[in-house]
Design a protein around this ligand. Structure first.
Ligand code: F0G
Length: 369
């Protein structure tokens, strides 16, 4: 028999890896009644990418590996808090629209909490791994004919009706951004201070807003003595903030950020302007090149959307708009294994060679003799 709803997963007490909600409790809206839910989210690696950075003329390039979260993306930081607060409020069902990662995360945390999970996705536009994650965890998957933006409109309406109460766990739920801001704390803790530039992909624009909230909160608490510049990057075919108007038919192979009317638009613009930063576009070719090079030269396999942060930094460095001594953190938001179809484009360049299992045949196939 399963324990009742609300008896949620939690970590054994490893002091070296405290639960995210406890590590940063003083910055989070927790009460004594908030379940200390955890699947082991947060405390993700910050990797100094020395070879890649040297190639790009950026010796202080660091990568924040958010693909190391339990469901393989940064969404888990916000979802753990949103689901804990939903449990606290007595919710039975949660719902989200998603380009894939939010739904994978909602499905996992909802499963751990014993909640009904409904995910609404743009049909045919979700990377295979993400869709499978939601299905495997038992979420009800609704594929709608339309874009992510259409799906978000639908779930907002669904969460507003009374007949079947359901908690919306998209980033318009304030607990999502509250949880996601913890990544900024970790960056500062691991670097021993803020970076000069925090570079991040922008889709629905929640994450750039959450990082900025986090940096400002750390600054206000005296944990850091200055603030980074926030650099956001959208895919050129889905760049509403760059264009200054919604994009009706957003298009990019980086499906996670294929969004034409971001919910946190104003917050992202505020993060850009208050930090003296920028939000610019990178083409699919630039994203693909960064996606390829970060795994080839830094060993980090991220998903295409994540590489938008790298593509932007590489471009601005090449244009002479970034000081070579700058400490730069690129947020790699999701794991490469989520999107096998894009991965196959990398693999196509290196098809497996076949050989008999003998020394002679293997050395021959390798061209070593
Ligand atoms: N990178 C990845 C891998 C994402 O999944 C997303 C957003 C972003 C970047 C952009 O973050 O929306 O906060 O600006 N994915 C959402 C989803 C929309 O439904 O999974 P954002």
């Amino acid at each position: 028999m399963l324990p009742p709803r609300g008896t949620a997963a939690s970590l054994a007490g490893d002091p070296a890896r405290p639960r995210l909600l406890e590590r940063y409790a003083r910055f989070l809206p927790l009460t004594s009644a908030t379940p200390r839910l955890s699947l082991g989210e947060g405390a993700t690696p910050l990797v100094h990418a020395e070879r890649l950075g040297a190639a790009w003329g950026l010796p202080n390039l660091h990568l924040k590996l958010e693909g190391s979260n339990p469901t393989g993306s940064f969404k888990d930081r916000g979802m753990v808090l949103a689901v804990a607060k939903a449990l606290e409020a007595g919710a039975r069902s949660i719902v989200c629209a998603s380009t894939g990662n939010t739904s994978a995360s909602a499905a996992a945390y909802g499963a751990a909490a014993g909640l009904e999970v409904v995910v609404v996705l743009p049909a045919g536009r979700i990377a295979a791994g993400k869709l499978l994650q939601a299905q495997a965890a038992g979420a009800t998957v609704l594929a709608v004919r339309g874009s992510f933006d259409d799906a978000l409109v639908a779930v907002r309406a669904l969460a507003g009706q009374d007949e079947h109460p359901v908690t919306l766990v998209n980033s318009v739920n304030p607990f999502r951004l509250e949880g996601q801001k913890t990544a900024a704390f970790e960056v500062c803790d691991d670097l021993g201070g803020p970076p000069d530039v925090l570079a991040i992909p922008v889709g629905n624009a929640g994450n750039i807003s959450a990082y900025w909230m986090g940096f400002r909160a750390y600054h206000a608490a005296g944990a850091i003595d200055r603030l980074p510049r926030m650099w956001g990057f959208q895919a050129a075919g889905a760049a509403p903030i760059v264009l200054g108007r919604p994009v009706e038919h957003p298009e990019t192979f980086a499906t996670a950020i294929r969004i034409g009317n971001p919910a946190s638009w104003e917050k992202a613009v505020a993060a850009r302007d208050e930090s003296g930063g920028l939000i610019e576009a990178v083409t699919d070719d630039e994203i693909f090149a960064a996606y390829r090079d970060v795994v080839r030269h830094a060993g980090i396999f991220c998903e295409p959307a994540s590489a938008a942060s790298l593509a932007g930094v590489r471009k601005l460095r090449a244009e002479g708009r970034l000081d070579p001594d700058a400490t730069v953190v690129c947020v790699l938001t999701g794991h490469g294994l989520k999107d096998p179809a894009s991965g196959a484009r990398l693999a196509a360049a290196a098809p497996p060679r076949e050989a008999e299992a003998t020394l002679a045949a293997v050395t021959e196939a390798l061209g070593w003799r």
